[in-house]
Design a protein around this ligand. Sequence first.
Ligand code: OGA
Ligand code: NI
Length: 338
Amino acid sequence: MAGVRAMVDLGIDHVPNEYLTSICKGITIKAPNNLPIIDLSGIDNDDLKRKSAAEEIHLACQKWGFFQVSGHGISNELMQDIIKIVHYFFNLPAKERMVYYSTDIYKSFRFSTGSIASAKKKFWSDYLFQHCQPAVHEDDVPESIPNYRKITSNYAKAVDELARKLLRIIAQNLGLDWQILEKHLDPPKQTMKMTYYPQCPCPDQAIGIGCHADPGTITVLQQELGVEGLEVNYNGQWIPVKPVEGALVINVADMLQILSNNKYKSAEHRVLVNTKGPRVSIASFYGPTDDKHIAPLEELLGDNPPVFKACLFREYMDNFYKNHLGTRNIETLKILNN
Ligand code: OGA
Ligand code: NI
């Protein structure tokens, strides 16, 4: 299977059976989107700015598990370059894309489609998946894309800096030592999923990605400007997350919910497709390495019993890939009668 883009290029005018889905459908609230956009500029040198951004982040982590940031330090040029790379790859002839096709989740660079092999229904999306920490294997990286290595490694470095900055603020917001989350993740695992959602002839019959929460600690997501699709679940209502020029979307992922002992909630989200044109996004997943055990931080327990059992991140990921569609993976770790 060469992917959704290849199928669309053949001029398909309907949604094939294996993509037909009503999973996680539900009404999109067209109300104004008041997901906060938090300005991080100047927070390293100005205590007042840092304090006010930290407060906003605390509230957003509690209320939404989702927020946007501006002034984050990743240049507009780099943000544009990485989107161009994804378009470049998906505009290659299907045969050239297939050279990189793989369903092996441990491969350090691969092209894949329809999300997960075990899902009964497929998603209307293709993607590139790349390891950033530990680094991608040089031999796996596509040579034919101009500046691919340089741009993706600069981008990954900038995301690493931003993720660390946010984890320090989040640790302090939890009343803990500023280094505790960074130390806990040391060394972190960082991966990047560059998704291409082709236009769809009948958008209400297919879904770009079904509802899920990300498994890692935090996710840094760049949306291509001009095309909407991402929605966050807020108290059972789906709210669009509009692309904002220069801004990045941050979301709390499952491991942060566990580490924080439920103080912060990972947010369910999904991506709808449209008839207008392709949409590209760059999701950077930042979290523990596969061999780490994750449990609520002892420093947070005090009088509060742990809400979650400990888990080995590799097992959590394996379950995520198995159950991904429409299920809330973290529920399996809840300690009942708490
Ligand atoms: C993901 C994801 C959102 C998007 O890949 O986990 O939620 O906007 N992506 O593509
Ligand atoms: Ni996600």
